[in-house]
Design a protein around this ligand. Structure first.
Ligand code: BTN
Length: 327
């Protein structure tokens, strides 16, 4: 664990009590000055730490930010999040993760930010990414699969996020709207942006970006999102810990990713189908070929949406934007 994580853990374990500076120095094998510098940095990150002469340090409050010092102790993964790059602000975690992948980042490296200035969604849309409330993360992956298999990774990721939310918020009914939307009470709760760099037959890397509206309040949405976006907090009536949710997502994502890479999407389909909000619904799909209408009847092992058309024929839709039509 990083030095500052150890300091926070030590202070946290003492509860409301003090930990002497000498004990921290001994534990970490460093000078008082070095410990002081770390304490100062932790304060700048948002930890409220009291220093009392002859008694030592006491942790008063810790920030609800997805900081490495909060996440590291919660991680149970072997690779995902073990290298964690945290930024208060970044243009886009996907952009930064991709740049790091280009310079050799290993699989599992995770970029997380408190805010994004140019958060992006599918189809060149913007991803609203204010500070202090939501989760924005991207994971570098180097899957040993053919490039054509990578689009189904967005669905597998969606499943992982749904499992994670299910652990922390078991009473919420969050669904998956093909291909990459997390849906709650008819509104958008989150989205997944899967990007890759590949040759015809080889994937260099894939970047999976995950954005979740965690603690945004109804009044905080910009006008154009107020009617279509929702957060976990809005649905639950209480905030959700971003570090806990992030650690749970990384755990579920690593587990689902390993299964997906080994066996493909097929074993995950039954569970995915239970979350799919489109099944049995009349939809309109907008894809490169234009508009299609029909009834969504399921997902295929390659991650396509199966559409039953008005003439009864079935068609696989590989990519597109889906709207539910009024029945
Ligand atoms: C969508 O619904 O269109 C996908 C949204 C994905 C947003 C996330 S936030 C973290 C990561 N960084 C980005 O710039 N985008 C993704």
């Amino acid at each position: 664990m990083q030095t500052e994580t150890v300091i926070v853990q030590t202070l946290g374990a003492a509860g409301t009590g003090y930990v002497s500076g000498a004990a921290i120095c001994r534990n970490l094998g460093m000078s008082r000055m070095a410990v002081w510098k770390h304490i100062d940095h932790l304060r700048a990150l948002g930890y409220e730490i009291e220093a009392a002469p002859r008694r030592g340090y006491r942790l008063l409050t810790r920030p609800d930010r997805p900081l490495p010092t909060e996440i590291e102790p919660l991680l149970v993964t072997s690779r995902f999040g073990r290298e964690l790059v945290y930024q208060d602000r970044v243009d886009s975690t996907n952009r930064l993760a991709s740049a790091l992948a280009e310079t050799g980042a290993t699989e599992g490296l995770t970029v997380v930010a408190d805010a994004q200035d140019a958060g992006r969604g599918r189809l060149d849309r913007k991803w609203h990414s204010p500070p202090g409330t939501n989760l924005y993360l991207s994971v570098v992956l180097r899957p040993a699969v053919a490039p054509q298999a990578v689009p189904s990774l967005a669905l597998a990721t969606g499943l992982a996020v749904l499992r994670a939310i299910g652990v922390l918020c078991p009473h919420l009914h969050v669904g998956l709207k093909w291909p990459n939307d997390l849906w709650l009470d008819g509104r958008k709760l989150g989205g997944i942006l899967c990007e890759m760099r590949s040759e015809l037959d080889r994937v260099h890397h894939a970047i999976v970006g995950i954005g979740i509206n965690v603690n945004a309040l109804a009044a905080e949405w910009p006008a154009d999102l107020a009617a279509t976006a929702i957060s976990l907090r809005q649905a639950l009536g209480k905030p959700v810990s971003r570090p806990l949710l992030l650690a749970e997502i990384l755990r579920r994502f690593e587990e689902v990713y390993d299964s997906w890479q080994r066996d493909g999407l097929k074993p995950l389909l039954p569970e995915l189908e239970t979350f799919s909000i489109l099944n049995g619904r009349p939809v309109r799909v907008h894809d490169l070929a234009g508009d299609l209408t029909g009834t969504a009847v399921g997902l295929t092992p390659t991650g396509a949406l199966l559409l039953e058309q008005p003439d009864g024929s079935r068609r696989e839709v590989i990519a597109g934007d889906v709207r539910i039509r009024p029945a």
